[in-house]
Design a binder for this molecule. Sequence first.
Ligand SMILES: Nc1ncnc2c1ncn2[C@@H]1O[C@H](COP(=O)(O)OP(=O)(O)OP(=O)(O)O)[C@@H](O)[C@H]1O
Ligand SMILES: [Mg+2]
Length: 259
Amino acid sequence: MATLSQPEPPATKSGSQTIQIEDVHKYYELGETRVHALRGVTVSIRQGEFVAIMGASGSGKSTFMNILGCLDKPSSGRYLLDGVAVSDLSKKELAAIRNRKIGFVFQGFNLLSRTTALENVELPTLYARVSKEEGRKRAEEALHLVGLGDRMLHFPSQLSGGQQQRVAIARALVNRPTILLADEPTGNLDSRTSVEIMEVFQKLNDDSLTIVLVTHEPDVAQFARRGIHFRDGKIRRDETVTSRPRAAEVLKNMPALED
Ligand SMILES: Nc1ncnc2c1ncn2[C@@H]1O[C@H](COP(=O)(O)OP(=O)(O)OP(=O)(O)O)[C@@H](O)[C@H]1O
Ligand SMILES: [Mg+2]
């Protein structure tokens, strides 16, 4: 029959919904006062998405990211990561998931100053179940991926801000996470260098890495595929980025930095 030979629609595997957040609330208790940082957040993020999280200071962005990254638990509501209910896990199990699935990049690059780029990137492999040789090989690969193949033996002080952030990205990738979380990764960088970092993110996302990025800057957010806006602990807007520029193209029309 004709209908039988028609291609099947893409299967929606249960695992394809990487992140499922359901009515999540987060309270911080501070002495007598209680801060209600997230007020009922519901959102799904699928494998391979590239999401920019925006919103005013104090709107709950970092709180949300800490929950996504299993650094903190919701006060109520559910978080399913690849179908697993994170709230049911022990601290040890959370740490294991974090090491295996999630890479973090922060505004401050948090590199160890007395060790080379290569050693900085290698560090997380020491806590993963890989041999020393394999760890070194992965670290070299990650540095090549972010365009720092020729800077592996430099110390952080011998690198520009953008290069240091790329080392931090390589470090976040070295254990081959499926999700990259970045909280204001371009906050300390000039505008050209920020676009260079977004070029790296777009390339990684092209290779199907899921990326969730917090930024205050619309110029940075435009490179993502989806924008989620927080206000007062809630998602107020969730939209697809329609005319997404390629960072590599934008860079061609930006003046190079003078030495
Ligand atoms: N550890 C904490 N203890 C108590 N209150 C906290 C804690 N962390 C955050 N908050 C409060 O929760 C609310 C949300 O903070 P959060 O850090 O998530 O905001 P944000 O959107 O990341 O802001 P910014 O853009 O300034 O980084 C704020 O009112 C903040 O003061
Ligand atoms: Mg924050």
